[in-house]
Each structure stands twice: as C-alpha cells, then as structure tokens.
Write a protein that binds this ligand. Structure first.
Ligand code: FVH
Length: 299
C-alpha cells in the first residue's frame, strides 16, 4: 500500500479497473480530494494514480475493504464477475457502482447477485469519453438503489456534471446507453456513406462538412421533437414528408450509390423498412411510422 494525501472529509472511494476510463474516474475522485484506493489486474497501471496520491491495493480484497463506495469499470460483464464474485462477502454492506458497459439483462443479473449478497448496487452508463470525465457536460446514467444514490450522489457527481438517476431499474442505464449509441452509429454511418458518395466526384470530406453539419443542425435535429410527439401519440399523419415520398427518394440514393460505384449496404435495411411499411398501406404516414415495423409483433 502506498501513502495517501487526500482529505479525510470526503468519502473514500475504491476504483477497480484502471483502463482508459477507470484511470479517468480515479483521477477525478483524487482531483476532488476523495481518498482513493485503486486496483488493476496489471499492477503497473496503478503507478500513474499512486503518483497522484491514490492508494495502490495489492489485492481486490484490500481495495474493496478500503471504504464504503466501490466503483468497478472493466472491459465487460464477464470481467466484473471474474473479479468480484469471490469478493461478495467483503462487499456486503458496501455500495457497488458498476460503470462497466453491459446489456440491460447483464445489469439486472448482476443486480440480483448483489441483492443476494447484501450489496447495495447501482448500475451506471458513462456517456462520455475519458477526457470528458469530471466535466460539467459529462453525462452518466445511474439505476438501482435509491438509498445508495442519495448517499453518494455528491461523490458520483464528481465524475460528471450531467449525472442522472433513472430510478430503481438497474437495466435502464445500459438501455439508454445502447439506444444513444444507436443514434451515434447510424448518424456516423450515414455520414460515412455520404462522404464515400461525394468523393466519387472528387469532393473532399472537408468541403462537404458544412453541408453535413448544417443538414443535421437545421433539418434532422429540429425534426426530433415532432418525431417524439408522433411516436408517443402513435399518430403518424403528416403534411410534411410521407413514406411514399421517402420511398422514391431512398430509391434514388440506392441507385445513385450503385451507379457511382459506392456500396448502398448501410442504407438497404432502411429502404427495406420503408418499402415494407408502404406495402402494408402506410404510404401516407410520416417517417416515424417505421417504428411500428421494428416493434415485436404483439402476441
Ligand atoms: N473508453 C471509452 O471512451 C468508453 C466510454 C464509455 C464507457 N466505456 C466503458 O468503460 C469500460 C472500460 O473501458 P476502458 O476504455 O477503460 O477499456 P480498457 O482501456 O480496455 O480497460 C479495460 C480494463 O478492464 C480490465 N480487465 C479486462 N478484463 C479483465 C479481467 N478478466 N479481469 C480483470 N480486469 C480485466 C483491464 O485490466 P488490464 O488489461 O489493464 O490488466 C483494464 O483495467 C468498458 O466497459 C467500456 O465499454 C469506455
């Protein structure tokens, strides 16, 4: 164990996992004066933090026993259980905050494991990259024990100013996580397809960039509130842009991609969804009507 210079008034925190994210988490706690104990499978990664005043634990047990709040941030759910399943007795009565990415099912399974062992549990999803940790705009979702959250909200808010508690369902943070990532990946995918398309005529990504950002800022983002209203009301009537119109337009995109020598693969699933919805008689609906093609068929 190395020495620690943090203040004694702040809640001691243990961070298990010092990858890119875990290191940023531990540094944020240290930076706000929390006595911070760290453990990592590869011990050499603890040095960066012990140099900043963290206590380096030689074992997971030593790290878990160091205080009331244990934050774990590893590659995946399997790693979390490889490291912590044998520490269930040691974790009893403490608060375990799991900031490892997982599925809602994995989160709920881990929450059930924690409950069986008397561990107060919060699942979390970090919607930020390591350099943003600790910044006011850093968004981290939490779900699980309301007592654990209220007891430690001030400490957890050190990690991000946009810290948000979603309620007692431990599966919600990862559901929000993957839902938002889906928006990110489809937006980036659409951009990548567009850049491949315009590049066939020598247009650089830099030259196209202002049009892409303008399109998102002035057309796509302003549509989202109306999209949300249509989905919540299940009212897909529109006098702005129907599926019939979009069926024709996306056919142009697929045809142009092929004739320009660019694969339409990223957009074919969207075209198929539009064509299926139109074929089912919803051609005059708005784009939001596509959600009905995604929902599981009602039993
Ligand atoms: N990095 C990011 O931008 C994203 C932002 C959103 C949230 N993610 C999630 O954070 C988790 C950790 O991600 P990371 O970026 O820190 O990942 P790595 O730098 O690869 O570090 C992985 C740590 O996990 C340890 N580890 C992996 N497997 C095991 C195992 N079986 N037993 C013990 N520890 C394990 C690894 O240890 P080592 O390789 O250094 O010995 C690292 O500490 C992740 O869920 C992201 O989705 C980050």
């Amino acid at each position: 164990m190395s020495t620690n210079t943090a203040s004694t008034t702040r809640t001691p925190v243990t961070v298990i996992g010092l990858g890119m994210m875990g290191t940023a988490l531990a540094a944020a706690f240290l930076g706000q004066g929390h006595p911070t104990t760290v453990w990592n499978r590869s011990p050499r990664k603890t040095e960066l933090l012990t140099d900043q005043g963290a206590l380096g634990a030689d074992t997971v047990g030593e790290a878990v026993s160091a205080g009331p709040l244990v934050v774990v941030c590893l590659s995946n759910d399997e790693a979390v259980h490889q490291v912590l399943d044998s520490e269930s007795e040691n974790l009893k009565g403490r608060v375990l905050v799991n900031l490892t990415s997982s599925t809602p099912e994995e989160a709920r399974t881990t929450a059930a494991w924690a409950e069986r062992h008397g561990i107060e549990y919060l699942d979390g999803a970090i919607m930020a990259i390591p350099p943003l940790v600790g910044q006011p705009q850093a968004l981290i979702f939490y779900g699980g024990s309301s007592r654990a959250y209220s007891d430690h909200e001030e400490t957890l808010r050190v990690l991000g100013g946009a810290t948000t508690y979603l309620g007692s369902d431990t599966g919600l943070p990862s559901l929000y996580d993957v839902a938002l990532l889906g928006i990110l990946w489809s937006t980036v995918a659409g951009n990548i397809h567009a850049l491949a398309l315009v590049a066939t005529e020598g247009v650089t990504a830099e030259a196209f960039l202002p049009y892409a950002t303008g399109w998102l800022n002035h057309v796509a983002v302003p549509y989202l509130p109306r999209l949300a209203e249509e989905v919540d009301r299940k009212d897909y009537t529109t006098d702005i842009s129907t599926l019939n119109v979009n069926k024709e337009a996306i056919a142009h995109l697929v045809s142009a991609s092929r004739s320009q020598g660019v694969s339409p693969d990223l957009l074919l699933p969207v075209q198929a969804l539009i064509e299926r919805r139109v074929a089912r008689g919803h051609g005059s609906d708005s784009l939001s009507s596509l959600i009905e093609e995604l929902r599981k068929p009602s039993a």
